[in-house]
Design a protein around this ligand. Structure first.
Ligand code: 13P
Length: 227
């Protein structure tokens, strides 16, 4: 099982060092931390597995505000998230840019967590399957690719997909692409055992609850001892 903590725009280098000095993930789970760009160096120095939250598809160039695979690899970063719903919704990310980012990062030797997931309106209109098929269709089959199913209505809202909803979406994604699938969206120590206990759930992508070392460790513990 893989449990990744997406810190979004939280924790500078000092808080990153403090967290990682206290963090002792249990055996039997791969724990990954995804800090903001400015804290990547401090995070890598801990010796833990560190992913970035995004990566560009060109090796270098006039792309203000972006980061390249070369820079991440030089820093010792091992992977990147691409296509997070906040990137799609707030920063104009499309299926095409997600494809470019994922393909280039994988070619460059980074691991990739590619995020997919439907909006609330899409679920209510019965379009979840179509949305997931479309978002997954641009992703390459690759041994270093992991997909994260993050229903947008469950992100940062305290609402979680039911274990049945997660299982159904994960099974669909796995039928399209033979990759591990993480669940993301209000994962907490209380709901982690049930979600991670679903057969098609291969781990978690955790936002808010990954900012606290105790709650993130508890989620890692749930992944190490699936119910
Ligand atoms: P929350 O766990 O805060 O809902 O965030 C989920 C997420 O977006 C992880 O990438």
């Amino acid at each position: 099982m893989l449990v990744a903590g997406n810190w979004k725009m939280y924790k500078g280098p000092g808080e990153t060092r403090d967290f990682l000095a206290a963090f002792r993930p249990p055996d039997g789970v791969e724990a990954v931390i995804c800090p903001p760009f400015g804290s990547l160096g401090a995070a890598v120095a801990s010796g833990r597995t560190i992913f970035a939250q995004n990566v560009h598809w060109e090796d270098e160039g006039a792309f203000t505000g972006e980061v390249s695979t070369r820079i991440l690899l030089e820093l010792g970063v091992q992977g990147a998230i691409v296509g997070h719903s906040e990137r799609r919704q707030l920063f104009g990310e499309t299926d095409e840019t997600v494809r470019l980012r994922a393909e280039h990062a994988l070619e460059a030797g980074l691991r990739v967590i590619a995020c997919v997931g439907e909006l609330n309106e899409e679920r209510e209109r019965g379009e979840t399957e179509d949305v997931l098929r479309r978002q997954v269709s641009v992703l390459p089959e690759h041994e270093a690719l992991v997909v994260a199913y993050e229903p947008v209505w469950a992100i940062g809202t305290g609402k979680t997909a039911t274990p049945e909803q997660a299982q159904e979406a994960h099974a669909l994604i796995k039928s399209l692409l033979d990759v591990p699938v993480l669940y993301g969206g209000s994962v907490k120590p209380e709901n982690a055992p049930e979600l991670l206990g679903q057969p098609a759930v291969d781990g978690a992508l955790v936002g808010g609850a990954s900012l606290d070392v105790e709650s993130f460790t508890a989620i890692c513990q749930a992944a190490a001892t699936p119910s």
